[in-house]
Design a binder for this molecule. Structure first.
Ligand code: PLP
Length: 397
């Protein structure tokens, strides 16, 4: 176990790279897609409604709107707020760039909130400091699959008349105090990318209890057309109306067939993710120089990611070296995320720089994402732990 590191020419723990995440496609999925391909309507057909209904039900929301990606979902949700140029949308910096871009798509300005160092979730105190006259919305990110502190965020947002949205791309199947993610904010956005819990190849979903918002987003995903072709057919009419600017963000019936089939296994996949995470927790409690993120009380975690923090005081090298050594051992670790405000684009366009979000910036120096996906075998997880021990031992101070 303690042999020479693969990075230094030793034998790697495994030959084939274990990815940090990957989709699970079963024969039922293939069959569902095959059937969809043989139907008359391969887009905007019955499978879209069926998938939306099943998804809404699974997260305890009244409505779900299927779109072509998680990014499109965020765009749909933010545009439904009808912001004006100069309005501000507060997002955590520890997220994927699409969260912030959703504000930019509609001409609003993203402001970057800092995160709690223990959980890397948006810190309500940081949000409180940023809320001002031009604030119109906050997009909370359920980082790694852990729901944010929605009661605290909702109270702040409510006091200021600001909309509370959820970027729940990491968290289908998660719960807070017994309430599912997808029902905790005004609108919640999900991604159906292969690395996420459920996949359509590409895809996204927005859930809401508000029928007006759902209708608005359905128009926006379809060129701003006020009646879709099914409604037109019911009317027996050639007529349609473009009432506003829209996009083509539709999800096909082929994709919805896959999504619907996948959705039936969400619960068992989340259970499997939790079991893998629990085994990591246990193994890590006996290791030096590495610890998992904290899970808040009342949280049922969905574990899109299993993120650890390295104790760099106990190591002779930085995170980058540990990352490279683990990759050389065949372990596909990753880093989620580079704080958004540090990317060149946001520095240039928004004038952001180091020091804006100290907790996110400090975390970025020492976080690592370990492989975690439902189809991962026990032997795969043992390889991760073996490699982690080997690398941390070699680099201990
Ligand atoms: C994946 C992801 C997105 C974007 O989803 P796509 O389907 O890739 O467009 C947005 N926000 C977060 C937090 C994500 O993880």
């Amino acid at each position: 176990m303690k042999g020479k590191l693969a990075l230094d020419g030793g034998n790697p723990v495994r030959r084939e790279m274990l990815p940090y995440g990957r989709q699970t496609i079963e024969s039922a999925d293939v069959e569902a897609v095959r059937q969809a391909l043989q139907d008359d309507l391969i887009t905007t057909g019955p499978r879209v409604d069926a998938f939306e209904e099943a998804f809404a039900q699974s997260v305890g929301a009244r409505h779900a709107v299927a779109v072509s990606s998680g990014t499109a979902a965020l765009h749909c949700a933010v545009q439904a707020l009808r912001l004006s140029p100069g309005d501000e949308v507060i997002v955590p910096s520890m997220t994927f760039a699409a969260t912030a871009n959703a504000a930019l798509f509609v001409g609003a300005r993203p402001l970057f909130a800092d995160v709690d160092p223990e959980t890397l979730l948006i810190d309500p105190a940081s949000l409180d400091r940023l809320l001002g006259r031009r604030s119109k919305a906050v997009i909370a990110v359920d980082y790694a699959g852990q729901p944010c502190d929605y009661p605290a965020l909702g109270e702040l947002a409510g006091q200021r008349g600001v909309a509370l949205l959820a970027d729940a791309c990491h968290a289908p199947g998660a719960q807070l105090d017994g309430r599912p993610v997808g029902s905790l904010a005004e609108m919640s956005c999900f991604s159906l990318h292969p690395v996420k819990h459920l996949t359509c190849g590409e895809g996204g979903m927005i859930t809401t209890d508000d029928a007006g918002l759902a209708e608005d987003m359905r128009r926006f995903r379809n060129h701003g057309i006020s009646l879709d072709h099914r409604a037109r057919r019911r009317k027996g009419s050639w007529y349609y109306e473009i009432s506003r600017l829209g996009y083509n963000y539709r999800l096909t019936d082929i994709q919805c067939a896959l999504g619907l089939s996948q959705l039936s296994r969400l619960d068992s996949w989340v259970a499997r993710r939790r079991a893998i995470a629990q085994a990591y927790d246990q193994a890590l409690s006996g290791m030096e120089a590495v610890r998992p993120l904290k899970v808040r009380p009342g949280v049922e975690h969905a574990y899109h990611l299993y993120v650890v923090r390295l104790d760099l005081d106990r190591l002779r090298v930085g995170r980058t070296q540990v990352f490279q050594a683990l990759r050389a051992e065949g372990i596909g670790v990753n880093v989620h995320y580079i704080p958004v405000h540090l990317h060149p684009f946001y520095r240039r366009e928004l004038g952001t720089s180091e020091g804006l979000c100290p907790n996110a910036e400090a975390a970025y120096q020492d976080i690592l994402t370990l492989p975690l996906f439902p189809a991962m075998a026990q032997a795969d997880q043992s390889d991760v732990l073996t490699a982690l021990q080997k690398v941390l031992h070699a680099y201990r101070r």
